[in-house]
Design a protein around this ligand. Structure first.
Ligand code: SF4
Length: 338
């Protein structure tokens, strides 16, 4: 086990361990990074960017998402406006197949290589799975050259196999937060149940996409715990969200994450998971603004979601694509990922 480093020593250690050898930071080291004083932030971001360039390359993966079934979820994730248990303004709605195909086509037009079909459910029932199957067939029949991912909650073994048979190459299921903090965020299911779905997804050969939300009352120690728990899963992709306090949810009055803490967290995640695709997801506009989004792209991030994030409108996709052009970061081409 690596000894806990001093405050600034951790950057020198990370340079050798993560940048040169490609080994992620330990929990103690991640904690030291998260506690770095503000004056070390530029050095931290620069190192995280070097690590990303060394182990992931310059390309950025762009993904669009669409909600097949919105709202009315029986679970009680305290951050989520789609839970049917809270008086949030989000109402239950289903998207029809033509709507799904249209969203996929628009996503292809942005140059994105990935399209994720999402449903607000505890887990899919047979009706939802047949809609997903129909939707995927229709997207393919429409001639869209894009890879399809799904996010449909907790799965059984049979459902994992069904999704593999449909050609779904990546499954998203977030652990949301550190194991020790999870019971404060969700009471209707456990962290371990989520972990089990992810384990089955990985065993079936699908890529694992698993991340969470920063700013749900977790301590800095729990952020470090979360980073290494994610790393243990060896995920292909980690979406990093920052809490957007949603009206009507138990977290509606939470403060938004401070920009510098958000950037420190992004860099710490990169140093914990040097080879993982780290995706900017919800809350980046609110927490970081335009400048901060660029700093994140130059501080360890190598993937983004464009357009809307289910219940919150993100900034227009064009703006993100212009940012990538200005930063001279090429969008990952679909043909290279197949
Ligand atoms: S399971 Fe998903 S959709 Fe349902 S309340 Fe939790 S986060 Fe929201």
């Amino acid at each position: 086990m690596t000894a806990a480093p001093g405050r600034t020593g951790v950057l020198a250690q990370a340079r050798e361990q993560v940048l040169d050898r490609g080994e992620g930071l330990s929990q103690e080291q991640v904690l030291a990074v998260l506690r770095l004083p503000d004056e070390h932030l530029p050095d931290l971001l620069a190192l995280a960017h070097e690590v990303r360039m060394r182990w992931c390359g310059p390309e950025v993966e762009v993904e669009g998402i669409v909600s097949l079934k919105t709202g009315g979820c029986p679970e009680d994730c305290h951050f989520c406006s789609q839970s049917g248990r809270f008086p949030s303004p989000v109402r239950s709605a289903w998207l029809d197949i033509p709507g799904l195909v249209k969203a996929a086509r628009q996503t292809v037009e942005t140059g994105a290589t990935e399209f994720c079909i999402v449903a607000a459910v505890r887990g899919p029932d047979s009706r939802l799975l047949s809609q997903v199957r129909e939707g995927i067939d229709a997207i393919r029949a429409d001639g869209n050259d894009i890879r399809i991912a799904c996010s449909l909650g907790m799965l059984t073994r049979e459902q994992v196999d069904e999704l593999v048979a449909m050609g779904v190459h990546r499954y998203n299921h977030n652990l949301e937060t550190a194991r020790s903090h999870f019971p404060a965020v969700v009471t209707t299911h456990s962290w371990e149940e989520r972990w089990e779905t992810l384990r089955m997804v990985a065993a079936a050969g699908m890529e694992v996409c698993c991340g969470g939300i920063i700013g749900m009352g977790e301590t800095v120690e729990q952020r470090a715990e979360f980073a290494v728990q994610l790393a243990e899963l060896r995920p292909h992709e980690v979406p990093v969200n920052f809490l957007i306090p949603q009206p009507g949810t138990p977290y509606e009055d939470f403060d938004i994450v401070e920009g510098r803490d958000a950037l420190r967290t992004v860099a710490a995640f990169r140093l914990a998971m040097p080879r993982t695709m780290l995706r900017f997801a919800g809350g980046r506009e609110l927490t970081l603004g335009d400048l901060g989004a660029e700093q994140g792209m130059l501080g360890g991030i190598n993937a983004i979601i464009v357009g809307n994030y289910l219940t919150n409108l993100g900034r227009p996709a064009r703006q993100d694509l212009d940012m990538l052009r200005d930063l001279r970061m090429p969008v990952k081409a679909l043909s290279e990922t197949l």
